[in-house]
Design a protein around this ligand. Structure first.
Ligand SMILES: C[S@@+](CC[C@H](N)C(=O)[O-])C[C@H]1O[C@@H](n2cnc3c(N)ncnc32)[C@H](O)[C@@H]1O
Length: 325
């Protein structure tokens, strides 16, 4: 209940003009083990990897701003290590534990699932899946879908009884929901139907979140034609109506539609999430804002924040289910 009071207080302050983030995205490294066609993160020549001390400082900053939900991003989080600990290198679970200790209510991680995530301490795992089989491999590299599928199955198998114990005895926890995060572009847009059927039939995947390619520099060619994007959103709304496990809310999906070359979800409410990038720079909005591509934004989060800002009931409920439980 205190959490509901906090959210009501946050909302009240927002109505009074106080723009405090409720959610934070912290990039902890930009080193990656894949070279995905649509992503520009890996292209950085000398990858940056934060220390746990730096992440602690950033988490405390976000918490003090009012944020209570944190998403860790990369690069690939399962490559993150900090060797400053004498006993064993710190890993991503130490980062997640730290966020919980500071007081964050809900902590998520995003991974490409090329490495095992069995034993995660996160409250949700986002696995990036850009279609199935050859569709995914075309974007992310040969063999990546098979490894992803194997690691998702392995996680489910290890969690079968609903509980797990870390080998090093650090923590015992419930199975975290596994959601796949798809980015639709003009090379994988014809895989939607197959992907929806796959997700629905896969007992190890809880939900799918759908995004559209955001045209950062050098990846503009993957941007999907707006009419096609609108038609796909109508199709997704229909899948959702038929009970397919789509994470995006109906209002969030509608906000991602495009008109006259621009998304309906302006960046008006994007301050709900603040960002700290791998170089340590802090921003009240995402990198799309910095790169001037908000009018062609494809991030599902943009649609959801726009719907939260406009007090869309379905989005508020699905956000609460996802983040507050
Ligand atoms: C930067 S990646 C890093 C996390 C992890 N290594 C992975 O591949 O999942 C985080 C998410 O951003 C998505 N992404 C990357 N470039 C994008 C773009 N131009 N538009 C929309 N989403 C993008 C990826 O597909 C992935 O789900």
């Amino acid at each position: 209940m205190p959490r509901l009071f906090y959210l009501a207080w946050w909302q009240l302050r927002a109505w009074c003009g106080r723009k405090a983030p409720l959610q934070s995205v912290i990039f902890i490294l930009d080193k990656c083990n894949l070279r995905c066609k649509h992503c520009s993160v890996y292209a950085i020549s000398t990858p940056r990897i934060k220390t746990l001390a730096q992440i602690r400082e950033e988490l405390e900053y976000c918490y003090a701003q009012g944020s209570r939900f944190v998403d860790f991003e990369g690069g690939e989080l399962y490559l993150w290590r900090d060797n400053s600990n004498a006993e064993r290198p710190y890993d991503i679970n130490d980062v997640v534990d730290l966020a919980h200790k500071i007081g964050f209510w809900n902590v998520t991680i995003t991974t490409n699932a090329q490495l095992s995530f069995v034993g995660t301490h996160a409250d949700q795992v986002w696995v990036s899946m850009d279609g199935i089989k050859e569709w995914h491999d075309n974007i992310r590299g040969a063999g990546t879908f098979e490894r992803l599928e194997r690691n998702i199955a392995l996680y489910a198998q290890e969690m079968e009884d609903g509980r797990w114990k870390m080998e090093d005895g650090r923590c015992k926890k419930r199975r975290a929901p596994v959601c796949v995060n798809m980015v639709i572009n003009n090379e994988n847009c014809d895989s939607i139907d197959a992907t929806m059927e796959y997700v629905k039939a896969n007992p190890n995947i809880d939900k799918i979140s759908v995004n559209f390619h955001t045209p950062f520099s050098e990846t503009e060619h993957l941007f999907l034609d707006p009419d096609k994007r609108n038609a796909i959103i109508d199709k997704l709304l229909d899948y959702k109506r038929r009970g397919y496990p789509i994470m995006n809310s109906r209002s969030g999906l509608k906000a991602m539609k495009m008109k006259n070359g621009k998304t309906l979800c302006t960046d008006k409410y994007c301050w709900i999430t603040n960002f700290i990038f791998s170089d340590g720079s802090r921003a009240p909005k995402c990198m799309g804002y910095t790169h001037g591509v908000c009018d062609r934004c494809g991030f599902s989060m943009g649609g959801e924040m726009s719907a939260v800002g406009r007090m869309k009931f379905d989005t508020l409920i699905s956000g609460m289910k996802l983040r507050v439980g």
